[in-house]
Design a protein around this ligand. Structure first.
Ligand SMILES: CC(C)C[C@H](CC(=O)NO)C(=O)N[C@H]1Cc2cn(c3ccccc23)CCCCCCNC1=O
Ligand SMILES: [Ca+2]
Ligand SMILES: [Zn+2]
Ligand SMILES: [Zn+2]
Length: 170
């Protein structure tokens, strides 16, 4: 059963030895996470609020290699991130491979990976969505370096509305 109540996010730096992680990055990460959740909220009845406790439904962390959940990350490239379907404990959590070259802000990212786009995909899983076979879908299993639009592709919009309903027409 997907989480009906508001999911919450928490940035937890457990397991991550992001040596060059500076505090300046944190606000950019929070902004990207907030924006990624707002994409799902925009097309459904979902609302989200941030909590700084480990009771959050969606806990976010960066980790490299083996980080204790049986799904080891694989260094730069290849698998970029993974997330768990809604549930207690690690259910709903989203993990990002700390060995990727993440790009957190808008603008030119060169060969860096668009964190916002990956976060939207992972939160799709956190909310209960599986992968899509539609190449244009956010939930397609392969990363595509497209800019993220607040309006979801139809396939993703239909999927999230099936779980959480569509916003009332105002
Ligand atoms: C959708 C994404 C945000 C999250 C997914 C994982 C996922 O579904 N998380 O919920 C992901 O990382 N997919 C791989 C799939 C993949 C593509 N290749 C791979 C080579 C090795 C291993 C995996 C892959 C070919 C080379 C490109 C590698 C870089 C991009 N990687 C991907 O697209
Ligand atoms: Ca990787
Ligand atoms: Zn993990
Ligand atoms: Zn996925």
């Amino acid at each position: 059963m997907p989480i009906a109540k508001a999911a919450q996010t928490l940035i937890k730096q457990k397991y991550s030895d992001l040596v060059n992680w500076t505090m300046e990055d944190a606000p950019q990460v929070r902004r990207a996470l907030t924006e990624a959740l707002s994409v799902w909220a925009h097309s459904s009845k979902l609302t989200f609020r941030e909590v700084q406790s480990d009771q959050a439904d969606i806990q976010v962390l960066f980790a490299r290699g083996d980080h204790g959940d049986g799904y080891k990350f694989d260094g730069p490239g290849m698998v970029l991130a993974h997330a768990f379907y809604p549930g207690v404990g690690r259910g709903g959590d989203a993990h990002f491979d700390a060995d990727e070259k993440w790009h957190f802000t808008d603008g030119e990212r060169g060969d860096a990976t668009n964190f916002l786009g990956v976060a939207v995909h992972e939160f799709g899983h956190s909310l209960g969505l599986g992968h899509s076979s539609d190449q244009n879908a956010i939930m397609y299993p392969w990363y595509h370096d497209n800019d993220v639009d607040i309006n979801l592709p139809a396939d993703d919009r239909n999927a999230i509305q099936q779980l959480y309903g569509a916003k009332e027409k105002t």
